[in-house]
Design a protein around this ligand. Structure first.
Ligand code: ADP
Ligand code: MG
Length: 614
Protein backbone atom coordinates (compact mmCIF):
# COMPACT_ATOMS: atom_id res chain seq x y z
CA UNK A 1 0.00 0.00 0.00
CA UNK A 2 1.19 3.46 -0.86
CA UNK A 3 2.50 5.53 2.06
CA UNK A 4 0.00 8.21 2.97
CA UNK A 5 2.18 10.50 4.98
CA UNK A 6 4.26 12.97 3.00
CA UNK A 7 6.41 15.82 4.17
CA UNK A 8 4.94 19.11 3.04
CA UNK A 9 7.06 21.03 0.53
CA UNK A 10 8.83 23.95 2.19
CA UNK A 11 6.76 26.65 0.52
CA UNK A 12 3.49 25.09 1.69
CA UNK A 13 4.81 24.58 5.22
CA UNK A 14 5.97 28.19 5.26
CA UNK A 15 2.62 29.46 4.08
CA UNK A 16 0.84 27.57 6.84
CA UNK A 17 3.27 28.76 9.47
CA UNK A 18 3.01 32.30 8.13
CA UNK A 19 -0.61 32.34 9.22
CA UNK A 20 0.51 32.15 12.82
CA UNK A 21 3.14 34.87 12.73
CA UNK A 22 1.75 37.21 10.08
CA UNK A 23 -1.91 37.95 10.58
CA UNK A 24 -2.05 41.36 9.01
CA UNK A 25 0.23 44.13 7.68
CA UNK A 26 0.90 45.29 11.25
CA UNK A 27 2.55 41.94 12.03
CA UNK A 28 5.04 42.55 9.21
CA UNK A 29 5.82 46.00 10.57
CA UNK A 30 6.40 44.57 14.03
CA UNK A 31 8.70 41.78 12.84
CA UNK A 32 10.76 44.07 10.61
CA UNK A 33 11.09 46.70 13.33
CA UNK A 34 12.21 44.06 15.80
CA UNK A 35 14.80 42.74 13.39
CA UNK A 36 16.15 46.25 12.87
CA UNK A 37 16.45 46.72 16.63
CA UNK A 38 18.15 43.35 17.02
CA UNK A 39 20.60 44.54 14.35
CA UNK A 40 21.48 47.49 16.66
CA UNK A 41 19.98 50.18 14.44
CA UNK A 42 19.43 53.56 16.08
CA UNK A 43 17.44 55.11 13.26
CA UNK A 44 14.54 53.28 11.65
CA UNK A 45 12.14 54.64 9.05
CA UNK A 46 8.83 52.97 8.32
CA UNK A 47 7.06 53.86 5.12
CA UNK A 48 3.57 52.49 4.45
CA UNK A 49 1.27 52.66 1.42
CA UNK A 50 -2.41 51.79 1.62
CA UNK A 51 -2.25 50.53 5.19
CA UNK A 52 0.46 48.09 4.15
CA UNK A 53 -1.58 46.37 1.50
CA UNK A 54 0.55 47.88 -1.27
CA UNK A 55 3.86 48.54 0.47
CA UNK A 56 5.58 48.12 3.80
CA UNK A 57 9.07 49.52 3.80
CA UNK A 58 11.40 49.45 6.80
CA UNK A 59 14.83 51.02 6.50
CA UNK A 60 17.42 50.68 9.24
CA UNK A 61 21.01 51.74 9.83
CA UNK A 62 21.90 48.55 11.69
CA UNK A 63 24.59 45.94 11.18
CA UNK A 64 23.46 44.77 7.74
CA UNK A 65 24.14 41.27 6.41
CA UNK A 66 26.84 39.66 4.32
CA UNK A 67 26.22 37.89 0.99
CA UNK A 68 25.36 34.43 2.30
CA UNK A 69 23.28 35.63 5.27
CA UNK A 70 21.33 37.78 2.84
CA UNK A 71 19.71 34.67 1.38
CA UNK A 72 19.94 32.35 4.37
CA UNK A 73 17.84 34.72 6.49
CA UNK A 74 14.75 33.79 4.43
CA UNK A 75 15.01 30.11 5.38
CA UNK A 76 12.82 28.79 8.19
CA UNK A 77 14.61 28.44 11.50
CA UNK A 78 17.43 30.55 10.17
CA UNK A 79 18.45 32.80 13.02
CA UNK A 80 21.65 34.33 14.25
CA UNK A 81 20.19 34.80 17.72
CA UNK A 82 19.78 31.34 19.23
CA UNK A 83 22.21 28.44 19.03
CA UNK A 84 21.07 26.06 21.77
CA UNK A 85 17.81 25.44 23.62
CA UNK A 86 19.39 26.98 26.72
CA UNK A 87 19.73 30.26 24.86
CA UNK A 88 15.95 30.52 24.94
CA UNK A 89 16.18 31.30 28.62
CA UNK A 90 18.67 34.10 28.32
CA UNK A 91 17.20 36.01 25.41
CA UNK A 92 18.17 39.60 24.98
CA UNK A 93 17.00 39.89 21.38
CA UNK A 94 13.46 40.47 20.13
CA UNK A 95 13.56 37.65 17.63
CA UNK A 96 14.78 34.11 18.10
CA UNK A 97 12.49 31.82 16.19
CA UNK A 98 14.01 32.45 12.78
CA UNK A 99 10.50 32.46 11.35
CA UNK A 100 9.56 35.99 10.46
CA UNK A 101 11.41 36.44 7.20
CA UNK A 102 10.57 32.92 6.01
CA UNK A 103 6.92 33.62 6.78
CA UNK A 104 6.76 37.07 5.22
CA UNK A 105 8.53 36.02 2.04
CA UNK A 106 6.20 33.00 1.68
CA UNK A 107 3.17 35.26 1.29
CA UNK A 108 4.49 38.45 -0.32
CA UNK A 109 6.97 39.95 -2.75
CA UNK A 110 10.02 40.99 -0.79
CA UNK A 111 12.96 43.06 -1.90
CA UNK A 112 15.79 43.41 0.54
CA UNK A 113 18.89 45.55 0.24
CA UNK A 114 21.52 45.11 2.87
CA UNK A 115 25.07 46.27 3.41
CA UNK A 116 27.36 45.59 6.32
CA UNK A 117 28.84 48.57 8.12
CA UNK A 118 32.36 47.56 7.06
CA UNK A 119 31.58 46.99 3.35
CA UNK A 120 31.23 49.28 0.36
CA UNK A 121 29.05 46.96 -1.63
CA UNK A 122 25.86 45.32 -0.42
CA UNK A 123 23.36 42.73 -1.61
CA UNK A 124 19.99 43.04 -3.19
CA UNK A 125 17.73 39.99 -2.88
CA UNK A 126 14.31 39.48 -4.46
CA UNK A 127 12.06 36.80 -2.98
CA UNK A 128 8.54 35.86 -4.11
CA UNK A 129 6.39 33.19 -2.52
CA UNK A 130 9.40 31.88 -0.64
CA UNK A 131 11.58 31.49 -3.77
CA UNK A 132 14.70 33.52 -4.25
CA UNK A 133 14.23 35.12 -7.66
CA UNK A 134 17.34 37.26 -7.86
CA UNK A 135 20.41 38.14 -5.87
CA UNK A 136 22.94 40.72 -6.98
CA UNK A 137 25.48 43.14 -5.64
CA UNK A 138 24.32 46.73 -5.20
CA UNK A 139 25.68 49.89 -3.75
CA UNK A 140 23.43 50.89 -0.86
CA UNK A 141 23.78 52.59 2.50
CA UNK A 142 25.02 50.54 5.45
CA UNK A 143 22.10 48.81 7.13
CA UNK A 144 19.11 46.99 5.76
CA UNK A 145 16.04 48.01 3.85
CA UNK A 146 13.02 45.74 3.36
CA UNK A 147 10.24 46.37 0.88
CA UNK A 148 7.28 44.07 1.31
CA UNK A 149 4.73 44.32 -1.50
CA UNK A 150 1.46 42.58 -2.31
CA UNK A 151 1.04 40.97 1.07
CA UNK A 152 -1.09 37.76 0.96
CA UNK A 153 -1.07 37.84 -2.86
CA UNK A 154 -1.09 34.03 -2.86
CA UNK A 155 -3.43 33.59 0.12
CA UNK A 156 -6.64 35.22 -1.16
CA UNK A 157 -8.63 34.16 1.89
CA UNK A 158 -6.29 36.18 4.09
CA UNK A 159 -6.25 39.13 1.79
CA UNK A 160 -10.02 39.29 1.70
CA UNK A 161 -10.05 39.04 5.45
CA UNK A 162 -8.18 42.35 5.82
CA UNK A 163 -10.19 45.22 7.24
CA UNK A 164 -10.55 48.66 5.75
CA UNK A 165 -7.41 50.78 5.45
CA UNK A 166 -8.10 52.94 8.48
CA UNK A 167 -8.41 49.87 10.70
CA UNK A 168 -5.33 48.14 9.33
CA UNK A 169 -3.31 51.31 9.64
CA UNK A 170 -4.44 51.74 13.24
CA UNK A 171 -2.96 48.31 13.93
CA UNK A 172 0.30 49.38 12.30
CA UNK A 173 0.34 52.54 14.36
CA UNK A 174 -0.25 50.53 17.54
CA UNK A 175 2.73 48.27 16.80
CA UNK A 176 4.86 51.27 15.96
CA UNK A 177 3.92 53.02 19.21
CA UNK A 178 4.71 49.95 21.30
CA UNK A 179 8.17 49.76 19.79
CA UNK A 180 8.64 53.52 20.15
CA UNK A 181 7.65 53.40 23.82
CA UNK A 182 9.90 50.44 24.50
CA UNK A 183 12.87 52.13 22.85
CA UNK A 184 12.95 55.88 23.48
CA UNK A 185 16.65 55.81 22.61
CA UNK A 186 15.88 55.13 18.92
CA UNK A 187 15.01 57.71 16.29
CA UNK A 188 11.88 56.40 14.60
CA UNK A 189 9.68 57.72 11.85
CA UNK A 190 6.36 56.51 10.44
CA UNK A 191 5.00 57.71 7.10
CA UNK A 192 1.68 56.73 5.54
CA UNK A 193 0.86 57.52 1.92
CA UNK A 194 3.46 60.26 1.91
CA UNK A 195 2.32 61.88 5.19
CA UNK A 196 4.67 61.75 8.11
CA UNK A 197 2.65 60.56 11.09
CA UNK A 198 5.50 60.37 13.57
CA UNK A 199 9.01 61.69 13.73
CA UNK A 200 10.30 60.68 17.13
CA UNK A 201 13.86 61.74 17.83
CA UNK A 202 15.83 59.97 20.52
CA UNK A 203 14.51 61.11 23.93
CA UNK A 204 14.22 60.27 27.58
CA UNK A 205 11.28 58.07 28.43
CA UNK A 206 9.00 60.78 29.75
CA UNK A 207 9.55 62.90 26.67
CA UNK A 208 8.92 59.95 24.36
CA UNK A 209 5.60 59.27 26.08
CA UNK A 210 4.65 62.94 25.85
CA UNK A 211 5.59 62.99 22.15
CA UNK A 212 3.22 60.13 21.53
CA UNK A 213 0.36 61.21 23.77
CA UNK A 214 0.51 64.91 22.94
CA UNK A 215 2.32 67.67 24.76
CA UNK A 216 -0.18 68.53 27.43
CA UNK A 217 0.14 64.98 28.71
CA UNK A 218 3.26 65.77 30.74
CA UNK A 219 1.18 67.05 33.63
CA UNK A 220 -0.92 63.94 33.59
CA UNK A 221 1.92 61.54 34.28
CA UNK A 222 2.57 60.18 37.73
CA UNK A 223 5.98 58.52 37.97
CA UNK A 224 6.24 54.99 39.35
CA UNK A 225 9.50 53.57 40.56
CA UNK A 226 10.35 50.54 42.65
CA UNK A 227 13.38 48.36 42.82
CA UNK A 228 13.54 44.88 44.33
CA UNK A 229 15.78 41.87 43.82
CA UNK A 230 13.21 40.18 41.63
CA UNK A 231 11.88 43.04 39.59
CA UNK A 232 12.69 46.61 38.77
CA UNK A 233 9.66 48.70 38.00
CA UNK A 234 9.58 52.13 36.45
CA UNK A 235 7.24 54.15 34.31
CA UNK A 236 4.15 56.27 34.67
CA UNK A 237 0.46 56.04 35.26
CA UNK A 238 -2.01 58.68 34.12
CA UNK A 239 -3.71 60.62 36.87
CA UNK A 240 -7.15 59.14 37.58
CA UNK A 241 -9.02 62.12 36.16
CA UNK A 242 -7.41 61.43 32.79
CA UNK A 243 -8.61 57.84 32.61
CA UNK A 244 -10.32 57.07 29.34
CA UNK A 245 -13.56 55.48 28.37
CA UNK A 246 -11.69 53.26 25.96
CA UNK A 247 -8.75 51.09 26.84
CA UNK A 248 -6.11 52.83 24.81
CA UNK A 249 -3.18 53.91 26.86
CA UNK A 250 -2.24 50.72 28.62
CA UNK A 251 1.25 49.44 28.11
CA UNK A 252 3.33 46.83 29.87
CA UNK A 253 6.91 46.19 28.87
CA UNK A 254 9.34 43.66 30.19
CA UNK A 255 13.00 43.97 29.33
CA UNK A 256 12.02 46.44 26.57
CA UNK A 257 9.44 44.13 25.07
CA UNK A 258 5.75 45.01 24.94
CA UNK A 259 3.43 42.39 26.40
CA UNK A 260 -0.13 41.91 27.51
CA UNK A 261 -1.19 40.56 30.84
CA UNK A 262 -4.69 40.50 32.22
CA UNK A 263 -3.25 39.43 35.57
CA UNK A 264 -1.00 42.49 35.93
CA UNK A 265 -3.70 44.67 34.44
CA UNK A 266 -5.85 43.57 37.34
CA UNK A 267 -3.19 44.79 39.77
CA UNK A 268 -3.20 48.25 38.18
CA UNK A 269 -7.00 48.41 38.22
CA UNK A 270 -6.97 47.47 41.87
CA UNK A 271 -4.50 50.23 42.66
CA UNK A 272 -6.89 52.71 41.02
CA UNK A 273 -9.89 51.35 42.91
CA UNK A 274 -12.17 54.09 44.14
CA UNK A 275 -10.37 56.74 42.13
CA UNK A 276 -11.95 56.18 38.73
CA UNK A 277 -15.28 57.27 37.42
CA UNK A 278 -17.54 54.47 36.34
CA UNK A 279 -16.44 52.55 33.27
CA UNK A 280 -13.24 54.48 32.70
CA UNK A 281 -9.91 52.75 32.33
CA UNK A 282 -6.61 53.73 33.90
CA UNK A 283 -3.76 54.71 31.60
CA UNK A 284 -0.34 53.27 32.27
CA UNK A 285 3.14 52.87 30.83
CA UNK A 286 4.89 50.34 33.04
CA UNK A 287 8.34 48.95 32.45
CA UNK A 288 9.55 45.83 34.22
CA UNK A 289 13.09 44.59 34.24
CA UNK A 290 13.58 40.99 35.34
CA UNK A 291 16.24 38.36 34.89
CA UNK A 292 15.90 36.89 31.39
CA UNK A 293 15.86 33.39 32.88
CA UNK A 294 12.87 34.26 35.04
CA UNK A 295 10.53 34.74 32.10
CA UNK A 296 9.50 32.68 29.11
CA UNK A 297 8.75 34.65 25.98
CA UNK A 298 8.33 31.56 23.88
CA UNK A 299 4.74 30.78 24.81
CA UNK A 300 3.02 32.65 22.01
CA UNK A 301 3.89 32.97 18.30
CA UNK A 302 3.78 36.75 18.31
CA UNK A 303 5.45 36.85 21.72
CA UNK A 304 2.91 39.23 23.25
CA UNK A 305 2.18 36.87 26.11
CA UNK A 306 4.92 36.15 28.53
CA UNK A 307 5.20 33.73 31.43
CA UNK A 308 6.67 35.13 34.64
CA UNK A 309 8.14 32.87 37.25
CA UNK A 310 7.42 35.36 40.03
CA UNK A 311 4.13 36.74 38.84
CA UNK A 312 2.50 36.89 42.28
CA UNK A 313 5.33 38.95 43.66
CA UNK A 314 5.27 41.28 40.66
CA UNK A 315 1.52 41.66 41.06
CA UNK A 316 1.91 42.90 44.61
CA UNK A 317 4.78 45.22 43.71
CA UNK A 318 2.66 46.76 40.95
CA UNK A 319 -0.28 47.18 43.28
CA UNK A 320 1.63 48.72 46.15
CA UNK A 321 3.88 51.06 44.20
CA UNK A 322 1.06 52.46 42.07
CA UNK A 323 -1.13 52.88 45.13
CA UNK A 324 1.65 54.69 46.90
CA UNK A 325 2.39 56.96 43.94
CA UNK A 326 -1.27 57.84 43.54
CA UNK A 327 -1.51 58.53 47.25
CA UNK A 328 1.45 60.84 47.12
CA UNK A 329 -0.10 62.59 44.20
CA UNK A 330 -3.34 63.05 46.09
CA UNK A 331 -1.57 64.68 48.98
CA UNK A 332 0.51 66.92 46.79
CA UNK A 333 -1.17 67.44 43.45
CA UNK A 334 0.88 69.22 40.86
CA UNK A 335 -0.03 72.55 39.46
CA UNK A 336 -1.69 72.53 36.08
CA UNK A 337 0.57 74.91 34.29
CA UNK A 338 -0.83 77.41 31.91
CA UNK A 339 -0.05 76.30 28.43
CA UNK A 340 -0.65 77.37 24.88
CA UNK A 341 -3.45 75.10 23.81
CA UNK A 342 -2.24 75.15 20.23
CA UNK A 343 0.77 73.25 21.47
CA UNK A 344 -1.19 70.14 22.24
CA UNK A 345 -1.45 67.33 19.79
CA UNK A 346 -4.29 65.09 20.75
CA UNK A 347 -3.94 61.40 20.32
CA UNK A 348 -6.93 61.29 18.00
CA UNK A 349 -5.08 63.39 15.43
CA UNK A 350 -2.59 60.68 14.78
CA UNK A 351 -4.39 59.34 11.77
CA UNK A 352 -4.05 62.73 10.11
CA UNK A 353 -0.82 64.12 8.78
CA UNK A 354 0.66 65.88 11.76
CA UNK A 355 3.06 68.74 11.93
CA UNK A 356 6.03 68.11 14.17
CA UNK A 357 5.74 69.93 17.46
CA UNK A 358 7.87 73.02 17.39
CA UNK A 359 10.38 71.90 19.90
CA UNK A 360 13.64 73.58 19.25
CA UNK A 361 15.79 71.51 21.49
CA UNK A 362 17.00 68.22 20.11
CA UNK A 363 17.14 65.70 22.92
CA UNK A 364 19.47 63.62 20.78
CA UNK A 365 21.88 66.50 21.01
CA UNK A 366 25.12 65.34 22.46
CA UNK A 367 27.20 68.11 23.94
CA UNK A 368 30.30 65.99 23.71
CA UNK A 369 30.34 65.42 19.97
CA UNK A 370 30.93 69.03 19.01
CA UNK A 371 31.86 72.12 20.88
CA UNK A 372 28.75 73.92 19.72
CA UNK A 373 26.15 74.80 22.29
CA UNK A 374 22.44 74.21 22.19
CA UNK A 375 20.02 76.86 21.16
CA UNK A 376 19.04 76.99 24.77
CA UNK A 377 18.96 79.75 27.28
CA UNK A 378 22.02 78.46 29.06
CA UNK A 379 24.03 81.61 29.35
CA UNK A 380 27.71 81.99 28.74
CA UNK A 381 28.74 80.94 32.20
CA UNK A 382 31.48 78.42 32.32
CA UNK A 383 32.40 75.72 34.73
CA UNK A 384 35.05 77.85 36.34
CA UNK A 385 32.59 80.56 37.34
CA UNK A 386 30.27 77.97 38.60
CA UNK A 387 32.78 76.00 40.59
CA UNK A 388 33.86 79.20 42.23
CA UNK A 389 30.31 79.90 43.16
CA UNK A 390 29.69 76.49 44.58
CA UNK A 391 32.98 75.89 46.30
CA UNK A 392 34.01 79.22 47.71
CA UNK A 393 31.24 81.66 48.22
CA UNK A 394 28.27 79.39 48.03
CA UNK A 395 25.37 80.23 45.80
CA UNK A 396 24.38 83.75 45.06
CA UNK A 397 27.86 85.14 44.72
CA UNK A 398 26.80 86.62 41.43
CA UNK A 399 23.59 88.28 42.33
CA UNK A 400 20.84 87.75 39.82
CA UNK A 401 19.76 90.85 37.97
CA UNK A 402 16.07 91.57 37.81
CA UNK A 403 15.94 91.22 34.05
CA UNK A 404 17.57 87.82 34.31
CA UNK A 405 14.79 86.70 36.57
CA UNK A 406 12.33 88.03 34.10
CA UNK A 407 14.06 86.25 31.31
CA UNK A 408 14.24 82.87 32.92
CA UNK A 409 11.03 82.78 34.83
CA UNK A 410 8.46 83.96 32.33
CA UNK A 411 6.83 81.43 30.11
CA UNK A 412 9.09 80.52 27.29
CA UNK A 413 7.57 78.10 24.88
CA UNK A 414 10.85 77.10 23.44
CA UNK A 415 12.32 75.75 26.65
CA UNK A 416 10.16 72.76 26.05
CA UNK A 417 12.85 70.19 26.73
CA UNK A 418 11.34 67.16 28.41
CA UNK A 419 8.10 69.07 28.38
CA UNK A 420 8.96 70.25 31.83
CA UNK A 421 6.53 72.31 33.80
CA UNK A 422 6.84 75.99 33.10
CA UNK A 423 6.64 78.21 36.11
CA UNK A 424 5.88 81.85 36.45
CA UNK A 425 7.55 83.48 39.40
CA UNK A 426 6.95 86.88 40.87
CA UNK A 427 8.36 89.38 38.44
CA UNK A 428 10.00 91.46 41.07
CA UNK A 429 12.72 89.26 42.41
CA UNK A 430 13.58 91.52 45.29
CA UNK A 431 10.17 90.88 46.86
CA UNK A 432 10.70 87.18 46.93
CA UNK A 433 11.74 85.57 50.17
CA UNK A 434 12.53 81.90 50.17
CA UNK A 435 13.12 79.44 52.98
CA UNK A 436 14.99 76.23 53.32
CA UNK A 437 13.63 73.30 55.30
CA UNK A 438 15.75 70.37 56.51
CA UNK A 439 18.65 71.91 54.66
CA UNK A 440 17.31 70.51 51.40
CA UNK A 441 13.82 71.71 50.55
CA UNK A 442 13.51 75.26 49.34
CA UNK A 443 10.11 76.87 49.61
CA UNK A 444 9.68 79.79 47.30
CA UNK A 445 6.59 81.85 46.52
CA UNK A 446 5.63 82.08 42.87
CA UNK A 447 3.00 84.10 41.07
CA UNK A 448 0.67 81.17 40.94
CA UNK A 449 1.36 79.63 44.33
CA UNK A 450 4.29 77.97 46.00
CA UNK A 451 7.25 76.22 44.54
CA UNK A 452 9.20 73.50 46.35
CA UNK A 453 12.70 72.75 45.17
CA UNK A 454 14.84 69.79 46.08
CA UNK A 455 18.19 71.57 46.53
CA UNK A 456 20.44 68.52 46.20
CA UNK A 457 18.83 67.58 42.92
CA UNK A 458 19.02 71.18 41.78
CA UNK A 459 22.77 71.17 42.45
CA UNK A 460 23.12 67.92 40.56
CA UNK A 461 21.42 69.51 37.55
CA UNK A 462 23.42 72.73 37.76
CA UNK A 463 26.76 70.95 37.98
CA UNK A 464 25.77 68.57 35.21
CA UNK A 465 24.66 71.36 32.87
CA UNK A 466 27.68 73.46 33.60
CA UNK A 467 30.26 70.78 33.03
CA UNK A 468 28.47 69.40 29.97
CA UNK A 469 28.35 72.79 28.32
CA UNK A 470 31.90 73.74 28.82
CA UNK A 471 34.32 70.95 29.55
CA UNK A 472 35.44 70.33 25.98
CA UNK A 473 36.59 73.86 25.29
CA UNK A 474 37.24 74.68 28.89
CA UNK A 475 38.62 71.91 31.09
CA UNK A 476 36.80 72.03 34.41
CA UNK A 477 38.49 73.47 37.43
CA UNK A 478 40.67 71.01 39.19
CA UNK A 479 41.82 71.14 42.77
CA UNK A 480 45.23 69.76 43.69
CA UNK A 481 45.17 67.54 46.74
CA UNK A 482 47.50 68.36 49.56
CA UNK A 483 47.79 64.67 50.33
CA UNK A 484 47.35 62.60 47.19
CA UNK A 485 44.92 59.73 47.62
CA UNK A 486 46.34 56.27 46.89
CA UNK A 487 44.13 53.56 45.58
CA UNK A 488 45.01 50.00 44.80
CA UNK A 489 43.89 49.20 41.26
CA UNK A 490 43.42 45.96 39.37
CA UNK A 491 45.05 45.39 36.00
CA UNK A 492 41.76 46.10 34.35
CA UNK A 493 41.22 49.33 36.28
CA UNK A 494 44.71 50.38 35.34
CA UNK A 495 43.93 49.91 31.67
CA UNK A 496 40.62 51.73 31.99
CA UNK A 497 42.32 54.68 33.63
CA UNK A 498 45.01 54.84 30.95
CA UNK A 499 42.56 54.59 28.09
CA UNK A 500 40.43 57.38 29.46
CA UNK A 501 43.19 59.55 30.85
CA UNK A 502 42.48 62.40 28.47
CA UNK A 503 38.82 62.75 29.19
CA UNK A 504 39.43 62.32 32.91
CA UNK A 505 41.96 65.15 32.79
CA UNK A 506 39.44 67.37 31.02
CA UNK A 507 37.03 66.62 33.80
CA UNK A 508 39.57 67.64 36.42
CA UNK A 509 41.03 64.29 37.50
CA UNK A 510 44.77 63.88 37.56
CA UNK A 511 46.47 60.70 38.66
CA UNK A 512 49.71 58.79 38.27
CA UNK A 513 49.96 55.03 38.03
CA UNK A 514 52.67 53.21 39.90
CA UNK A 515 52.58 49.44 39.63
CA UNK A 516 49.24 48.51 41.13
CA UNK A 517 48.58 51.85 42.77
CA UNK A 518 46.79 54.86 41.41
CA UNK A 519 47.86 58.08 43.03
CA UNK A 520 45.23 60.76 42.65
CA UNK A 521 46.76 64.20 42.73
CA UNK A 522 43.87 66.39 41.67
CA UNK A 523 40.11 66.14 41.43
CA UNK A 524 37.33 68.39 40.11
CA UNK A 525 36.88 71.12 42.67
CA UNK A 526 33.15 70.50 42.88
CA UNK A 527 33.95 67.30 44.79
CA UNK A 528 34.31 67.19 48.51
CA UNK A 529 37.35 65.57 50.08
CA UNK A 530 35.48 62.72 51.73
CA UNK A 531 33.57 61.78 48.60
CA UNK A 532 36.66 61.49 46.40
CA UNK A 533 37.41 57.85 47.06
CA UNK A 534 33.86 56.72 46.42
CA UNK A 535 33.73 58.90 43.30
CA UNK A 536 36.80 57.13 41.92
CA UNK A 537 35.13 53.75 42.52
CA UNK A 538 32.04 55.07 40.81
CA UNK A 539 34.13 56.26 37.88
CA UNK A 540 35.75 52.87 37.35
CA UNK A 541 32.34 51.29 37.44
CA UNK A 542 31.06 53.80 34.93
CA UNK A 543 33.92 53.33 32.52
CA UNK A 544 33.89 49.54 32.76
CA UNK A 545 30.16 49.47 32.20
CA UNK A 546 30.32 51.90 29.30
CA UNK A 547 33.04 49.82 27.66
CA UNK A 548 30.53 47.04 27.37
CA UNK A 549 27.60 49.23 26.47
CA UNK A 550 29.69 51.50 24.21
CA UNK A 551 27.70 54.41 25.60
CA UNK A 552 28.83 57.93 26.01
CA UNK A 553 31.55 57.86 28.66
CA UNK A 554 31.73 61.61 29.09
CA UNK A 555 28.03 61.85 29.75
CA UNK A 556 28.15 59.12 32.39
CA UNK A 557 31.24 60.52 34.06
CA UNK A 558 29.72 63.96 34.33
CA UNK A 559 26.64 62.36 35.77
CA UNK A 560 28.72 60.68 38.50
CA UNK A 561 30.57 63.91 39.26
CA UNK A 562 27.29 65.83 39.46
CA UNK A 563 25.88 63.20 41.79
CA UNK A 564 28.93 63.31 44.02
CA UNK A 565 28.84 67.12 44.04
CA UNK A 566 25.21 67.09 45.14
CA UNK A 567 26.17 65.03 48.19
CA UNK A 568 28.24 67.92 49.37
CA UNK A 569 27.07 69.75 52.46
CA UNK A 570 24.88 72.56 51.27
CA UNK A 571 25.51 76.08 52.43
CA UNK A 572 22.28 77.95 51.89
CA UNK A 573 22.03 80.05 55.00
CA UNK A 574 21.10 83.37 53.42
CA UNK A 575 18.18 84.38 51.30
CA UNK A 576 20.65 85.58 48.71
CA UNK A 577 22.34 82.20 48.43
CA UNK A 578 18.98 80.48 48.04
CA UNK A 579 17.93 82.91 45.31
CA UNK A 580 21.30 82.35 43.68
CA UNK A 581 20.66 78.63 43.55
CA UNK A 582 17.18 79.11 42.13
CA UNK A 583 18.58 81.48 39.57
CA UNK A 584 21.24 79.03 38.48
CA UNK A 585 18.75 76.21 38.36
CA UNK A 586 16.50 78.17 36.04
CA UNK A 587 19.40 78.89 33.77
CA UNK A 588 19.58 75.15 33.12
CA UNK A 589 17.74 74.16 30.05
CA UNK A 590 16.15 71.30 31.92
CA UNK A 591 15.31 72.62 35.35
CA UNK A 592 12.38 70.40 36.17
CA UNK A 593 14.22 67.09 36.30
CA UNK A 594 17.65 66.09 37.48
CA UNK A 595 20.02 64.41 35.00
CA UNK A 596 19.05 61.10 36.54
CA UNK A 597 15.47 62.01 35.76
CA UNK A 598 14.24 62.76 39.26
CA UNK A 599 11.82 65.58 39.94
CA UNK A 600 13.47 68.81 41.13
CA UNK A 601 10.47 71.10 41.39
CA UNK A 602 7.05 70.55 42.85
CA UNK A 603 4.39 73.23 42.92
CA UNK A 604 1.35 74.05 44.96
CA UNK A 605 -1.14 76.32 43.21
CA UNK A 606 -3.05 79.10 44.95
CA UNK A 607 -6.18 77.18 44.23
CA UNK A 608 -4.82 74.19 46.06
CA UNK A 609 -3.74 76.32 48.97
CA UNK A 610 -7.20 77.95 49.16
CA UNK A 611 -8.72 74.52 48.98
CA UNK A 612 -6.74 73.34 51.96
CA UNK A 613 -8.38 76.00 54.10
CA UNK A 614 -11.89 75.60 52.79
P1 ADP B 1 14.80 35.94 14.09
O1 ADP B 1 14.69 37.40 14.23
O2 ADP B 1 13.86 35.23 14.91
O3 ADP B 1 16.15 35.40 14.29
P2 ADP B 1 14.00 36.43 11.36
O4 ADP B 1 13.38 35.56 10.33
O5 ADP B 1 13.22 37.62 11.79
O6 ADP B 1 14.32 35.52 12.59
O7 ADP B 1 15.42 36.91 10.83
C1 ADP B 1 16.37 35.93 10.48
C2 ADP B 1 17.76 36.46 10.61
O8 ADP B 1 18.02 37.44 9.60
C3 ADP B 1 18.05 37.15 11.90
O9 ADP B 1 18.43 36.23 12.92
C4 ADP B 1 19.20 38.10 11.53
O10 ADP B 1 20.42 37.43 11.59
C5 ADP B 1 18.91 38.43 10.06
N1 ADP B 1 18.24 39.73 9.92
C6 ADP B 1 16.92 39.94 9.78
N2 ADP B 1 16.63 41.25 9.65
C7 ADP B 1 17.80 41.91 9.74
C8 ADP B 1 18.17 43.32 9.70
N3 ADP B 1 17.26 44.31 9.57
N4 ADP B 1 19.48 43.62 9.81
C9 ADP B 1 20.41 42.64 9.96
N5 ADP B 1 20.12 41.31 10.01
C10 ADP B 1 18.83 40.94 9.90
MG1 MG C 1 13.01 38.53 13.79
Amino acid sequence: MEDLIKLLPDNVANQIAAGEVIQRPASVVKELLENAIDASADKIDVNIKDAGKTLIQVVDNGSGMGASDATLCFKRHATSKVRTADDLFSLTTKGFRGEALASISAIAHVEMKTCMQSENVGQSVLVEGGEIIKQEEVVCPAGTSFEVKNLFYNVPARRNFLKKDSTEFKHIQDEFERIALAHPNLHLTLTHNGNQIYNLPQAILRKRIVNILGNNSNNRLVPIEESTDIVELKGFVLKPEHARKTRGEQFFFVNDRYFRSSYFHHAVNKAFEGLLKNSSHPGYFLYLTVDTNKIDVNVHPTKTEIKFEEEKFIYSILLSSIKQALGMYNIAPTLEFERESSFDIPHSMHSQPTVEPTIHVDTAYNPFKTTAKTTSNSSGRNAENFTKAITNQGFGSEKAKAEDWQKFYTIEEETERNAEPIIELDNDASNVSSFIVKNNYIISPSKSGLMLINAKRAIEQIVYTDISNSFISNPIESQALLFPIEKEVSKNERLLWEENRKILAQLGFNGTLEKDTLKINAVPSVLQEESISSSIDEIFKTIAFQEIGKGDIAHSLILSIAKAASMKKINLSTNESIQGLIDQLFQCENHAYSPSNKKIIETLSLEEIHHKFS
